[in-house]
Design a protein around this ligand. Structure first.
Ligand SMILES: [Zn+2]
Length: 168
């Protein structure tokens, strides 16, 4: 497995991709290991290497790993779904949350019907969950996107909108 051409550590994925020498202190090296070449390729394609290096230099070192992970996620999502990018995944998840919220409310209502004595407790719980749900999302994507939007993200979620799951 070892490379016979060099005894020093291999260049980071960024420098290898850009065909340049990976010098000590390379801004990309800690976040783009040579074992993950696709990570840099995606980020470079979507954001551009120089923009990424500028961004990394502008933020504190302890924030860089999170920033790179975020860029890598966004870039991969944008390549998969050129129209909506990660917003596609977010809106699918938001709709799932709304759907599950309705299911939870319906189940709580059923429970209340069956256990009248504990009604006040369930009321409290339901109010709490309702509040969490409403405050959870600071922006509502559902208003601006078509309800029937379907992308590759939907293939993973395995939750057909009209799948006849019987929940009213
Ligand atoms: Zn490098």
């Amino acid at each position: 497995m070892a490379s016979s051409t060099s005894y020093s550590s291999p260049p980071c994925a960024a420098c290898k991709f850009l065909r340049r020498k990976c010098l000590p202190g390379c801004i990309f090296a800690p976040y783009f290991p040579p074992e993950e070449p696709q990570k840099f390729a995606n980020v470079h394609k979507i954001f551009g290497a120089s923009n990424v290096s500028k961004l990394l230099n502008e933020i504190l070192p302890h924030q860089r790993e999170d920033a790179v992970n975020s860029l890598a996620y966004e870039a991969e999502a944008r390549l998969k779904d050129p129209v909506y990018g990660c917003v596609g995944a977010i809106s699918v998840l938001q709709r799932q949350v709304l759907h599950l919220q309705k299911e939870l409310d319906a189940t709580n209502a059923d429970l209340m019907r069956y256990t009248g004595s504990e009604a006040s407790y369930l009321n409290q719980m339901s109010a709490q969950f309702g509040r969490m749900g409403r405050e959870g999302g600071s922006f509502n994507l559902n208003s601006g996107y078509p309800g029937t939007y379907s992308s590759r993200w939907n293939n993973d979620s395995n939750s057909p909108e009209n799948g006849g799951d019987g929940i009213m």
